[in-house]
Design a protein around this ligand. Structure first.
Ligand code: FAD
Ligand code: NDP
Length: 493
């Protein structure tokens, strides 16, 4: 352990934001003897929703989302179980939104509690206040009472994350909800319009439909910008087959509340035609904005990217020498929990344990928890072509039939995977894409293999585990270039 430099400040490190990145950095820093305070404050959403310590992931992100996704998958499994001989009456199977919401919120509250206890045990000071910069070593904390207190530190870490953006249309702020509200919604959402076709839009429309609510997804341009476009279109196709209505190239123009409390949404379709529809709930998922302006960055000359307000940092170091940033506030980095955690830990080690290890943001795996999950790591086919040219890459692809789909005769048309490799040298794998059950679990191990410079011959020489869906990656052999049919081979040969 490196000795901590002498200084005149109250803390070695103040962390602004008690979410994934901030908490990871704080807990790691105390391991090396640093005196650390974490500020965490949640401003209520425009609909009045608020929550406890732990940040987006725990309260209004990954965790409640995954639990609702799981609830939807269980509903699907209950119906499938009849084909396996379980004697159920499909008519009686329905979700209790209240019971689901209560179970999810109870779990979230238990995590809030465990997080507080953990901070206390580790002697990280938790300050429930909204922090902003007075100067580069001084944070003003606005306490719940409105009283302001001054705190000083040698190092300051910005980990304040982001909150949902609202489109600039009449009625959006007043009547629509976002992912900040859906997981604790008092009433069942009913017929829901989801605006936005990124991760959050797809996941929410997917689980709402799976839970039995009528879900419509409004897509301004394309599905999942930045992802492999073939995979993204396959997700959309699968969701439509499951009953999600998708309005392509449509844009909401106004939301009005009717006398009966339902919401009348005015929108334009791709031909510019003005249309309306009525919904019980409108959920907006058009991206997130970082909470950096609230920090009064001008007081320390902190450089933000003008278009996004994200922190302009290199190796998590801002332009102000003792001020750092991790997580969703960083410009050009994936907005994902494990990314924030990893970067936070490594930064703490560099600050307090003489480490020189930097965060590697390349080849970070991710999964979209759409009803048929999509996991990927590395380059999309589109980006591989841009970076290397079509002649230098080989795309191996296959449709496959998950064993568990046979008996209930589930639709397999979108169960598909793709491996993108260089054609030259050792045929290094550049990207892996998997659409199918448990995609997150499948892709995680292959992400580790890619970190170890996986080559296509090594993938082919890997013995699969039968019968799993992950083994399909070891069986893939048809190249797109060959034009051969990538439809499923027989199950066991
Ligand atoms: P956050 O976790 O957002 O924490 C920031 C904290 O700082 C918050 O508690 C905030 O209230 C507080 N704060 C803000 N300003 C101040 C201030 N001035 N003073 C004091 N406190 C302040 N990622 C995944 O990897 N997998 C998923 O499945 C996944 N699902 C998601 C689903 C949804 C619906 C959403 C919204 C996000 C999801 N994410 C997922 C993304 C993930 O939640 C974020 O990338 C992650 O939480 C970012 O961590 P962070 O530390 O940067 O910020
Ligand atoms: P994204 O940036 O992923 O997607 C935003 C979507 O909203 C795009 O489809 C975009 O369309 C659309 N959009 C933007 N502005 C408007 C507008 N004015 N009107 C209509 N549509 C609009 O944001 P999300 O909110 O979905 O997610 C934020 C981040 O959270 C993600 O990037 C991800 O990193 C993280 N996350 C991760 C998850 C996971 O790991 N499973 C799950 C959920 C979130 P266009 O393409 O036309 O710009």
């Amino acid at each position: 352990m490196a000795p901590i430099a002498e200084h005149k400040f109250m803390y070695d490190l103040i962390v602004l934001g008690g979410g994934s990145g901030g908490l990871a950095a704080a807990k790691e820093a105390v391991n090396y003897g640093a005196k650390v305070a974490v500020f965490d404050f949640v401003s209520p959403s425009p609909q009045g929703t608020s929550w406890g310590l732990g940040g987006t992931c725990v309260n209004v992100g990954c965790i409640p989302k995954k639990l609702m996704h799981q609830a939807a998958l269980l509903g699907e499994a209950i119906h499938e179980s009849a084909a396996y001989g379980w004697q159920i009456d499909p008519e009686t199977v329905k979700i209790s939104w209240e019971a689901l919401r209560t179970a999810v919120q109870n779990h979230v509250k238990s995590v809030n509690w465990v997080t507080r206890v953990e901070l206390r045990t580790k002697k990280v000071e938790y300050i429930n206040a909204l922090g902003y910069f007075k100067d580069k070593h001084t944070i003003m904390g606005v306490m719940k009472t409105g009283q302001e207190k001054e705190f000083t530190a040698q190092h300051i870490l910005i980990a304040v994350g982001g909150r949902p953006r609202y489109p600039n249309i009449p009625g959006a702020l007043e009547y629509a909800i976002t992912s900040d509200d859906i997981f604790s919604l008092e009433k069942p959402p009913g017929k829901t319009l989801v605006i936005g076709a990124g991760y959050i839009g797809l996941e929410c429309a997917g689980f709402l439909n799976g839970l039995g609510f009528e879900a419509t997804l409004m897509v301004r341009s394309i599905i999942l910008r930045g992802f492999d476009h073939h995979m993204a279109n396959s997700i959309a196709d699968d969701m439509q087959k499951r009953g999600v209505k998708i309005l392509f190239e449509a844009q909401a123009t106004k939301i009005e509340k009717q006398k009966d409390g339902r919401l009348l949404v005015h929108y334009k379709n791709k031909d510019g035609q003005a249309l309306t529809d009525t919904f019980d709930t409108v959920l907006i998922a058009v991206g997130r904005r970082p909470l950096t302006r609230e920090l009064k960055p001008e007081n320390i000359g902190l450089k933000l990217i003008p278009e996004t307000d994200k922190v302009d940092a290199v190796n998590e170091e801002s332009n102000v020498p003792n001020v750092y940033a991790v997580g969703d506030v960083l410009s050009g980095k994936p907005e994902l929990t494990p990314v924030a955690i990893h970067a936070g830990r490594l930064l703490a080690r560099r600050l307090f344990a003489n480490s020189t290890e930097q965060m590697d943001y390349v080849n970070v795996a991710t999964t979209v928890f759409s009803p048929l999950e999509y996991g990927c790591v590395g380059l999309s086919e589109d980006d591989a072509i841009i970076q290397y040219g079509e002649d230098r890459i080989e795309v191996y692809h296959a449709y496959y039939k998950p064993t568990e789909f046979f008996i209930p005769q589930k639709d397999v048309t979108n169960c598909y995977l793709k491996v993108i490799a260089l054609r030259e040298d050792d045929e290094r794998v550049l990207g892996m894409h998997f659409l199918g059950p448990n995609a997150g679990e499948v892709i995680q191990g292959f992400a580790a293999a890619m970190k170890c410079n996986l080559t296509f011959p090594k993938l082919k020489s890997t013995v699969g585990i039968h019968p799993t869906v992950a083994e399909e990656f070891t069986r893939v052999s048809v190249t797109k270039r060959s034009g051969l049919d990538p439809k499923p081979q027989s199950c066991c040969s």
